[in-house]
Design a protein around this ligand. Sequence first.
Ligand code: 3HC
Ligand code: NAI
Length: 686
Amino acid sequence: MTIKIEHRGEIAVVTVDNPPVNALSQVVRQGLLEAAKALDADPSVKAIVLTCAGRTFIAGADVGEFGKPPMPPQLPDLVSRIERAAKPWVAAIHGSALGGGFEVALGCRFRVAVPSASVGLPEVRLGIVPGAGGTVRLPRLAGVESAVDMVTTGTPLGARKAHVAGLIDSLIEDDLVTGAVSFARSILDRPLPDALCDRPVAVPPVGFWEAAERTVSARAKREEAPLKALACVRRAAETDFAAAIAFERETFLTLRGSPQAAALRHVFFAERAATRPPELAGLTPCMIRSAAVIGGGTMGAGIAAALRDAGLPVILVERDDGAIERGLANVRAIFDGAAKRGRISADVAAERITGITATRDYAALADVDFTIEAVFEDLDVKRDVFARLADSCREDAILATNTSYLDPERIAERIRWPERFLGLHFFSPAHVMKLLEIVPTKATTPEVLATGFSLARMLNKIPVRAGICDGFIGNRILKITRAQAERLLLSGATPTAVDAAMRAFGLPMGPFEAQDLGGLDIAAFQRKAARARGEACFAPIADRLCAIERYGQKSGGGWYDYEPGDRTPRPSEAVAAVIAGEAKALPRRDWNENAIADCILWPMVNEGARILADGTALRPSDIDLVKIHGYGFPRWRGGPMHHAEAQGLDTVAETLRALAREGLAEPPCDRLLEAARRGGFSEVRR
Ligand code: 3HC
Ligand code: NAI
């Protein structure tokens, strides 16, 4: 039974039981509507407590229903029915009351919650606005400023803060339902507060809306929903309740069918599928109570910070005393920075740092559960480190490498228990970036692989399983991006035009600006290693720039020139001359922004299709997550594979053929053509 009613004296307790998160599917809406009618008609009932079974209060509308034809009853009608009920409803909240779930709670006359609960309207994260009165009732309860903040960012509020803000009437420290029933009894002989629909909205200060619009539009960049959500709250403040509800509903329905909402829904489900891959279902991961990081440079320090943020004690191993000092300084800089920006208190920063023991002695690792290596990208150095780890760590400890390009199989060759070894590819800065590529070798056991995913959850990362190849999923596609960017230069585009086109598409930076920031020398080093292995690497212009020591911002110039102390990229005559010197092989053509974006994106998708074909990625949506969480691909485009499907794979294939005819790209691969025939990558089963 999805909706259960029990009676505790004159209080009825309505329990929603719709696992996993009590989403408001049609059967829940119908059941609650019928309960509201029945309880109004029952003279023995004086008030109603609404609670939920399982781990959470109602987490929102059922997102899975969004792509389907609407089914009555509609959520706004249910919320109104509860709000207009003859008897007061009390929402008893644990877990999360989100989206439609919080809107139902706003329809109740009172809200009580356990202190660990949270409430919020996260709809903008799905590319929509609240659709059942959230933008209209919340400002009547919390004021316009708080409402704007909550609906335009989608950030939930913890119960304690929500209590202070007046969104929660009472915090229940003990058993929620017992406390909520007592609360309901306590209100029976008091006059009831007005329902939110009958309350006014306090007028905000002059200039509030203009300032809010500037802030929201700067934060949202090209996402549509946040500004629309702001417009809904404004409408709630400037018109009557019914008109504002109608405006909100119309906005919700329009956005629900938009490409951005489809893309963001795709990412929502992709993230959940990636976190708990069905192929690992039923496996019990190993316990992780402590961790070690080998190498305290850029990556090691970030990984150590991420492990500390997750509450694990960390041992940091470096090669000598000076490197130990530098490693600790790197980690300290991360936590001091977080404290300075107000993300953590100075005390927490100090506690995070003291939780790290730095040493050069591998004997200290005798009892560590999980070790992550982040030393120089050199096969011999890494093999040497793993030989020492194998001598020093417990036989059941898990050993991971953070290599970017080396073959984990080769790194593991001399480890005594290769089945406990895997690749964990973090992205820089490792304590911030959400992506973690998890790379099993042939020997890695499923249990060890599951523990890699479990560590990702502890670190609040998005894990994506990747097969072994040069660059795994993300950097393999990055190589294509960079090669395409150079092909564009060879055929008449400028670095400025290419970067501008990719920013216009929604990336935070264009490919050349990004290389100047990170340094051209890193990729040059990788190309050298790849060429030594006999692999071809297409980077004629980058090779020439490195030969004249133009490594990017750090050397005062790369793809652009830079004035000392100024990071503004300026077109470079020296680079133009290098391009002119190389630009003989390809015909020149005029490029506009769309054509530039196509010339970069569709070859990336073609590579993604090859990655699916050779099993380097298990799901197209995993490739999307890699590009979104590791490389800044706009979330609202859904990732390259989703974006290509949304644009039409036939069009993508046709554009690739046209580019190939001009020598500007590879033609579409078989997997892409097959997906185009079947109407999508997900339809293609190997
Ligand atoms: N609809 C459908 N399924 C949902 C869902 C929803 N709103 N929220 C979560 N789920 C599913 C997930 O897909 C997952 O399914 P799976 O087990 O098959 O993969 C399962 O519930 C568990 O979800 P999580 O893995 O995310 O569980 P957590 O415990 O980590 O997190 C949560 C729980 C905080 C509730 C999180 O799931 C969440 O944030 N959900 C989305 C909440 C949301 O966006 N609500 C607004 C919806 S839009 C809306 O309400 C419109 C309204 O205004 C009309
Ligand atoms: P880095 O040069 O900043 O740091 C490497 C650290 O390892 C140095 O502090 C060095 O002293 C230490 N080290 C070297 N040999 C050691 C040994 N035998 N024992 C203990 N410590 C030793 O390098 P970075 O950038 O942190 O890279 C580390 C690894 O992470 C490399 O494999 C790299 O490919 C990979 N990686 C780098 C990314 C990046 O953006 N920098 C992203 C993802 C992976």
